[in-house]
Write a protein that binds this ligand. Structure first.
Ligand SMILES: NC(=O)c1ccc[n+]([C@@H]2O[C@H](COP(=O)([O-])OP(=O)(O)OC[C@H]3O[C@@H](n4cnc5c(N)ncnc54)[C@H](OP(=O)(O)O)[C@@H]3O)[C@@H](O)[C@H]2O)c1
Length: 349
């Protein structure tokens, strides 16, 4: 597993509009239908033009998330309201991007050709170029590598918004992170430590050392131990798995605790975890602890905060592998299994 990747000098495209160096065609990962990861193929497609509020980014690195699998498979089916009813609207996966602005679209201020940026976009980063909405992008700190920056946006925003916005985690509080070894979990362990919390992480045997190495004060191996049954002791629970009953979760929470759920059981192909999340929210109404469920949204303040954590070394993305575009189908297949370790980074060239 790689630790912090050394930043490489950024290409200087600041002179000229960058457009002259941009080809008209590129080889990208493309899906023409919903299905298993095998629907992903390398195809030659036009380099996109940036629309209103967008910039064209030359992708230096991207990273994959569980959401890429949902957009590839089109499951649970309710996501087709945004993903496309019969055929995918989002033809190229990848919501995390780090790269260099090569063209600025209409109505954009604050970004120039040559800027190194990173952020969360609406898909398309598994390609050499992507047209990206600027509302999810910020300037990349120069000391941070493109690979580290690309590993952060979706998982980092989810962890930060769970712990800071929803749980209002305070220094000295005790936080339990169920699912500490995935993309969100590894960001959450480090962000919670940076906020001064005492962190307990839950993962399987093969990930115990990794979760400890990124700062968890205590690691519970769920294959041999159980975080339930030792009484109320956590002020915050961040649940990235949703595999325990509501009463089991309540049993480990102090009376004023906050329970934040990012995920739940995914066995229903129509509505995924929505029913179980709804029932859990109802049960929490009869409890003193608060319930929070949310979908992370990109915003500049949170992205800048994540950039500062990266710059300071308080957040070091755990990159389990770096692949090229041809490795994306296998990586998406791995993600569909629900046991990805930390982050997979994609380098388009
Ligand atoms: N609400 C939102 O806005 C939002 C945003 C991003 C992600 N999500 C959701 O949050 C979840 C986590 O995302 P992610 O990117 O971290 O996924 P991920 O990278 O695929 O990681 C999943 C992790 O879950 C762990 N896990 C699986 N079963 C477990 C169990 N029984 N107990 C404890 N840990 C277990 C795995 O660790 P082991 O291999 O050690 O079991 C794995 O590392 C996904 O379901 C995703 O869809 C929600």
């Amino acid at each position: 597993m790689s630790q912090q990747t050394k930043a490489t000098p950024e290409p200087d495209r600041s002179s000229g509009d960058g457009n002259a160096k941009t080809p008209s065609l590129m080889t990208a990962v493309v899906q023409r239908r919903f299905g298993t990861a095998d629907v992903l193929q390398l195809e030659e497609i036009p380099v996109p033009e940036p629309d209103e509020g967008q910039v064209l980014v030359e992708v230096e690195a991207a990273s994959l998330n569980a959401l890429d699998w949902h957009f590839v498979s089109g499951t649970p089916y309710f996501i087709r309201m945004v993903a496309g009813l019969r055929t995918p609207k989002r033809k190229t996966p990848g919501a995390d991007v780090a790269g260099t602005v090569v063209q600025v679209g209409p109505g954009v201020s604050g970004f120039n050709a040559g800027d190194a940026v990173f952020g969360e976009i609406k898909g398309g980063s598994c390609a050499p170029f992507v047209a990206a909405d600027v509302k999810g992008l910020v300037l990349k700190p120069s000391s941070v590598s493109f690979e580290d920056a690309a590993a952060v946006p979706v998982a980092g925003l989810t962890a930060l918004q769970a712990l800071r916005t929803h749980a209002d985690l305070q220094s000295g509080e005790r936080v339990l992170i169920n699912g500490a070894a995935g993309g969100v979990g590894t960001m959450a362990v480090q962000i919670a430590k940076a906020m001064g919390a005492h962190v307990t992480g839950v993962c399987s045997t093969r990930n115990v050392e990794m979760v400890r190495s990124i700062g968890a004060d205590r690691v519970i191996d769920y294959t041999t131990d159980d975080f339930v049954s030792r009484g109320p002791r956590f002020d915050v629970m961040l649940d990235n798995v949703g595999n325990r009953t509501t009463d089991e979760c309540l049993s480990v929470l102090t009376p004023d605790a906050r329970y934040v759920q990012t995920s739940g059981p995914k066995d229903n192909r129509w509505y995924g975890p929505m029913l179980s999340i709804g029932l859990r929210a109802l049960r929490f109404r009869r409890a003193s602890q608060s319930f929070h469920q949310f979908t992370a949204e990109p915003n500049h303040d949170d992205m800048i905060h994540l950039g500062r954590l990266l710059e300071s070394g308080l957040l070091v993305p755990q990159i389990q592998q770096t692949i090229d575009l041809s490795g994306v189908p296998d990586a998406v297949k791995e993600i569909s299994g629900g046991h990805t370790r930390a982050k997979i980074v994609v380098k388009p060239s």
